[in-house]
Design a protein around this ligand. Structure first.
Ligand SMILES: NC(=O)c1ccc[n+]([C@@H]2O[C@H](COP(=O)([O-])OP(=O)(O)OC[C@H]3O[C@@H](n4cnc5c(N)ncnc54)[C@H](O)[C@@H]3O)[C@@H](O)[C@H]2O)c1
Length: 364
């Protein structure tokens, strides 16, 4: 492998056109450790857009012709198509000895997620999901506070994601593909659930053992996927409550982390840390408990849905995984657990919110 990683982007839509590729171009200038040599997109207008952005790249009409012509010139593929095609493209890339950076959700069924992890292990090539919310500055700040022990052991979480609409793909292709199950595999839980769930794993320092879920589709005549989703995850040491909506009149994330000695509240960039001080008895009513609060703003650019500013910190991890031979690392394993959670939550919601068990082992 050269010092410079040579990559191909499959799917030149919103996330790669506005997020990944601008971040790669920044690396081409600064770290000089990556080169995008080829792009494949099934849509002619998106191929033209790719050629404009990357004049030196070779452009293909599908991933198969790209891989046939370019595999020998590549170290990795960046899969940025809708989820229905992630697995097929990843298998083809592993067969040709390439590493895979794959957008979330890893895939749409547990069986295909397992097969992807197993193939990566067998091919000895890295499978790395784009779990980019971990790279948001305010999310990194939450993680740092938990690690100091200042709020004590984390016992409960709430994670709410408010969106005024489903996320749209580029207008030149199928802009509403997220509402069509055949492309997306599901609605807001499939589209956004991974981000919520890998954050719960991180903040509670464990994997959930049970889920109960409820969801709705307010436009069943138009779409076959859910637009609102809520669930409760049971962890060995606590609970996490997740709420995802595409029908809110606002765009925002609100996270709370409740520890035994304090708590964190985040609303987009605004972070408040409350530390509890027991001055005698157990109860605030007797004036026996005091809180000191610290407030700060951690600029995280939440309104930019491409999250371009978070990408290179994630790409650094992908690069390290390649350099160290960490083929099916923590992130890949957690992407499998996210798919297990989403698909099990769908079964729970379909069965009157019945609580269903989750495995914490990854079968690879
Ligand atoms: N991590 C994040 O924050 C984030 C944000 C947005 C999207 N995403 C993910 O990125 C992926 C793409 O989403 P998007 O919003 O960019 O969608 P999009 O519709 O904007 O782009 C998809 C592109 O892929 C092309 N395409 C479709 N099928 C293809 C195939 N089989 N081979 C080659 N090209 C194909 C389309 O022509 C289009 O240009 C999804 O998995 C989505 O969940 C992640």
């Amino acid at each position: 492998m050269n010092d410079k990683l040579r990559g191909a982007v499959i799917g030149f839509g919103f996330i790669s056109g506005r997020g990944h590729v601008p971040a790669y171009l920044q690396r081409v200038d600064q770290q000089k450790d990556v080169e995008i040599v080829a792009v494949a997109d099934t849509c002619e207008e998106r191929r033209q857009a790719a050629q404009k952005t990357l004049p030196k790249a070779r452009i293909y009409a599908d991933y198969k012709s790209l891989l046939a012509a370019e595999a020998k010139n590549l170290d990795f593929v960046d899969i940025s198509t809708p989820p229905c095609d992630h697995a097929e493209i990843a298998h083809a890339a592993f067969d040709l000895g390439l590493h895979v950076l794959c957008e979330k959700p890893l895939t749409t069924t547990l069986e295909s997620a397992k097969a992807m992890l197993q193939h990566a292990k067998k091919a000895q090539r890295v499978l790395f999901p784009c779990h980019n919310y971990k790279h948001a500055p305010v999310v990194k700040a939450i993680r740092e506070i938990i690690a100091t022990g200042r709020i004590g052991k984390v016992r409960s979480l709430t994670l709410s994601t408010y969106r005024n609409t489903h996320a749209k793909g580029v207008t030149e292709w199928k802009t509403h593909w997220r509402r069509e199950k055949r492309f997306s595999g599901g609605g807001i839980a499939m589209d956004h659930g991974s981000h919520t769930f890998y954050l719960t794993f991180d903040w509670l320092g464990a994997y959930p053992t049970a889920v109960t879920a409820k969801m709705s589709n307010l436009e069943p005549d138009k779409y076959d996927t859910e637009d609102n989703f809520s669930c409760v995850l049971g962890f060995p040491g606590g609970l996490a409550h997740a709420h995802l909506t595409w029908t809110a009149g606002m765009r925002k994330v609100v996270y709370t982390v409740q520890g035994e000695k304090g708590g964190i509240t985040v609303s987009d960039d605004d972070l408040e840390l409350a530390i509890m001080e027991q001055t005698g008895g157990p109860d605030v009513a007797q004036g026996a408990v005091k809180w000191t609060t610290e407030k700060r703003s951690v600029a995280s650019d939440w309104m930019d849905a491409s999250h371009v500013g978070w990408f290179n910190s994630l790409f650094d991890q992908f690069k390290t995984a390649i350099a160290t031979g960490d083929f099916v690392g923590k992130e890949a394993r957690e992407s499998y657990l996210c798919i297990q959670l989403i698909t099990t939550a769908y079964r729970s919601a379909a069965d009157g919110c019945r609580e269903l068990p989750l495995a914490t082992e990854v079968p690879v």
